[in-house]
Design a protein around this ligand. Structure first.
Ligand code: HEC
Ligand code: HEC
Length: 430
């Protein structure tokens, strides 16, 4: 090799070296970018290739994650799981996922994704798990998911997808050879696969057998409280790993305060909000799911899950409370029914400060059935059967920053709460 050839060879090798270090630099800077959003890039296990990426809704600067932020993901090889729940991303963000063909699990719950965005997922042939809880996806969006032959778990709770369309989709997938697809349309509305149905039947028979022996006496209570109903479940099934000795995921479940505090990443139980309550999600995952809690032993029984569901839905109360109802007519104290059990506690908690004994803003009291039906001065605020015409309802569903929104201060009522009030009015306001 003469001097000139040597220089060329040297140049070539250094070019190749530069080339590879650019590739690695891209991957590293992509990972650094994800971490700068406060995302985590985690390995799977020793000897298992691939990474899981968890990105929280807000970046460390407090700004919502945006579609463009996802562009860097294409630089990271072998992403098998991507968790974007609650992130501010939408259809344009999904376009950046189209090349992630190793992806097996994708969390998109409570994002702005719609039908149009789902077309970008067509090529994700390894996808097993897709969570679209609380998105605007409709029946039409399911068309785009038909090429996903490996899909086993599809979550459509609180989307616009109808039960009929979901059933038709499951049937079409079955015809195309996918017999293990399960679709979750909400608690008690699950389209289970054949295999799962058989397993559940077995579980139920076992439960019935043990009930017949008189070993279990637990019943599903409508309005459970933490101390009486929930703590015993956690003590038996969770505190081994989430208690004094071990705090897996930095979570303790051995006291009411600890449960409500959640993990350093945030709460796992949000009163009145099942979807927002991560704890509820992880106990209702299908058997075999990596994230199912408890991770070992039998899953929680249907009754235990039902108790936890009711407890969260009814406000995640610490202890059974003695509701002191201040009413004009003492006879009402004895009354039960939807208003007294569900509506009045909300009004007492969120409205009676300004519409109660001490203050009567707009000449309105909301601390008893009679006062609520009487309305503001002479004006009715409840039109039985017609929530849309009842200002009691229309004013609690306004956006947080609307001048007429009730309560005017503090958090807006949760959807569960406004739904209860709507239901009460729609069913005759009695
Ligand atoms: C055998 C140990 C074990 C038991 C028993 C157990 N867990 Fe866990 N739990 C874990 C581990 C490990 C993690 C972290 C898993 C991860 O990050 O992927 C975890 C994570 C969680 C999380 C997620 C926290 C987060 O990061 O958001 C919740 C919620 C949870 N567990 C609830 C429960 C509940 C409820 C029970 C009882 C029904 C339970 N766990 C029983 C080991 C356990
Ligand atoms: C911080 C005080 C405050 C709280 C808390 C509050 N309100 Fe009000 N409310 C007012 C005031 C002031 C008015 C009169 C001004 C207006 O109409 O916006 C009013 C008016 C109303 C009206 C209209 C009455 C009419 O004239 O037709 C309704 C209905 C109402 N409130 C319902 C509620 C409900 C339901 C809650 C609880 C979810 C609630 N308010 C909580 C202060 C409050």
């Amino acid at each position: 090799m003469n001097a000139k050839e040597k220089t060329v060879a040297l140049l070539l090798t250094s070019l190749i070296l530069v080339g590879t270090s650019i590739a690695q630099a891209d991957e590293q800077s992509a990972i650094a970018a994800v971490e700068s959003y406060e995302g985590q890039v985690l390995g799977i296990a020793k000897d298992v290739e691939g990474v899981r990426i968890l990105i929280p809704a807000k970046t460390f600067e407090g700004r919502m994650l945006a579609d463009e932020d996802l562009k860097v993901l294409s630089e990271i090889p072998k992403i098998v799981e991507l968790d974007l729940k609650n992130a501010g991303i939408g259809d344009a963000g999904l376009a950046h996922l189209a090349g992630l063909t190793d992806l097996q699990r994708l969390h998109l719950e409570k994002t702005k994704v719609t039908d149009a965005g789902l077309q970008h997922l067509k090529g994700l042939s390894s996808l097993v798990y897709l969570n679209l809880y609380g998105t605007e996806v409709t029946d039409a969006g399911l068309e785009h998911l038909k090429p996903l032959k490996q899909l086993k778990n599809l979550y459509l709770w609180q989307t616009k997808v109808s039960e009929e369309a979901a059933k038709a989709f499951q049937a079409a997938m079955e015809v195309a050879g996918n017999e293990s697809l399960e679709i979750n349309l909400g608690w008690e509305k699950e389209l289970l696969s054949k295999a799962r149905l058989a397993a559940l039947k077995e579980q139920r028979l076992a439960l019935e057998a043990s009930e017949a022996e008189g070993t279990t006496e637990v019943t599903l209570v409508e309005d459970p409280d933490f101390k009486t109903h929930i703590m015993p479940i956690f003590a038996e099934r969770c505190v081994d790993c989430h208690g004094e000795e071990k705090q897996k995921a930095k979570l303790r479940l051995d006291s009411y305060e600890a449960v409500m505090k959640g993990t350093p990443d945030g709460p796992v139980v949000i009163a009145g909000d099942l979807i927002g309550s991560h704890l509820f999600q992880v106990i209702t995952l299908p058997p075999g799911d990596d994230d199912l809690m408890p991770p070992k032993g039998d899953p929680l029984t249907e009754i235990q899950v039902g108790l936890i569901r009711n407890w969260i839905n009814k406000g995640a109360k610490p202890e059974a409370e003695v509701v002191v109802v201040t009413t004009e007519k003492p006879s009402e104290n004895k009354e039960s029914g939807v208003f007294h059990e569900y509506v009045l506690p909300i009004l007492m908690d969120r409205c009676a400060d300004c519409h109660g004994e001490d203050k009567q803003k707009a000449k309105l009291r909301l601390d008893s059935l009679a006062a609520t039906l009487k309305g503001a001065g002479d004006e009715a605020i409840v039109v039985p059967g017609k929530p849309e015409e009842s200002s009691l309802y229309t004013r609690i569903v306004l956006p947080a920053d609307h001048d007429d929104r009730m309560p005017p201060k503090g958090d807006v009522l949760t959807k569960a709460q406004t739904d209860l009030i709507k239901l009460w009015i729609a069913s005759g306001a009695e």
